[in-house]
Design a protein around this ligand. Structure first.
Ligand code: NAP
Length: 316
């Protein structure tokens, strides 16, 4: 455990993600032997969100680096919801597709409820994002399910870095369907005492400072400051925020920082939800980038392999 002033141990998400991917290779070979082809992921990218372009490109690159197949269907910003549904239906019906991923956000023109509706249309056995109501229910009931990738990745990181959970206090800031809620459930299943916080939580820093494991999934750069953190706590930073304002970068990271130098080269940098000053108080912390992000992709690949194995009867 570190205390105030001793820099926190950095939890190497990229390293853990690489180890997860390596461990998938023999399982991918088993699928190839049984099916005559490697596990295959169908992706739908609707619209032209720049972040989504990068995420989808990375997912395809990492899948193919492991010898898996990908099929990308693109739709324009102007596409109707029915067109997205038709892509999902085709992936559902295709025996050559094991996993289906619909990149969010969907174009605004598809309507407020489009994401929920499209996730519910995916065959649950191919739902590698774990967002289908059946998989959400299975997650809650702790029966075998494809778990959402970011929360599952956080759990892998905590386990592989030997962070104790049984009986510990975990505080998750954020209650989204894709991160906060499922992660809280996974922590609960591991016998942590879990509190979920959100924008209406009263006296958030005081609640957060009770945590042995503090997770920030807020979407606000440097939101979690040192006063949120119990000395020695493990802090997991899920936030992925792009900063394009030099003054903001300077105020968060400091005038002589590497981030500011990177900003001056590229005109933008990534910031987590956790302020860099937290590293002086926490016992362990995940970096951004190189923390939770690579794990999310590793768990997507893991879920795709798992879906293929189940469909082939190689696992229950
Ligand atoms: P989201 O759907 O926008 O949810 C954000 C949550 O933060 C909400 O529950 C919201 O509370 C809460 N919140 C917002 N402002 C708050 C405040 N002032 N005080 C307390 N809580 C506050 O976001 P998300 O999809 O969960 O993503 C969260 C972050 O993780 C984003 O930066 C996202 O880019 C990142 N992310 C990263 C990965 C990865 O692979 N690294 C994957 C997914 C997401 P209310 O519910 O009350 O509004």
């Amino acid at each position: 455990m570190s205390g105030v002033g001793t820099p926190a141990r950095v939890l190497d998400g990229a390293g853990v993600a690489a180890a997860i991917c390596e461990s998938l290779r023999p399982r991918i070979e088993d699928v190839r032997r049984a099916a005559g082809r490697p596990p295959a992921l169908g992706l739908l990218l609707a619209g032209s969100d720049p972040g989504s372009e990068v995420y989808v490109r990375n997912k395809i690159r990492e899948s193919e680096a492991l010898g898996m197949r990908t099929a990308l269907k693109r739709l324009p910003d102007s596409a109707a919801f029915g067109e997205a549904l038709a892509v999902v239906d085709a992936f559902n019906a295709d025996p050559g597709v094991d996993g289906i991923l619909v990149q969010s956000p969907l174009p605004a023109g598809m309507g407020d409820d489009a994401e929920r509706r499209i996730f519910a249309a995916i065959d649950p056995s191919k739902d590698v994002d774990g967002f289908h109501p059946e998989n959400v229910g299975r997650l809650v009931q702790q029966t075998p399910a494809l778990a959402p990738c970011t929360p599952a990745g956080v759990m892998e990181l905590l386990d592989r870095c030997s962070v104790p959970l049984v009986g510990r206090r975990a505080v998750v800031i954020g209650r989204s369907d894709i991160v906060g809620k499922p992660l809280a459930m996974l922590l609960l299943h591991r016998h942590a005492t879990v509190t979920i916080c959100h924008s209406r939580t009263v006296d958030l820093p005081r609640v957060a400072a009770q945590a042995d494991v503090l997770v920030a999934a807020v979407g606000r750069p440097a939101f979690v400051t040192a006063d949120f953190v119990k000395p020695g706590a493990t802090v997991v930073d899920v936030g992925t925020n792009t900063l394009t304002d030099r003054d903001r970068v300077t105020s968060i990271f400091g005038a002589g920082s590497k981030k500011l130098a990177a900003f001056d080269r590229r005109g933008r940098v990534l910031s987590g939800d956790v302020h860099p000053g937290v590293a002086d108080v926490a016992g362990a912390i995940t970096p951004v980038p190189g923390g939770v992000g690579p794990l999310t992709i590793a768990m997507l690949l893991s879920n795709t392999v798992q879906a293929a194995e189940r469909r082939l009867g190689l696992r229950s």
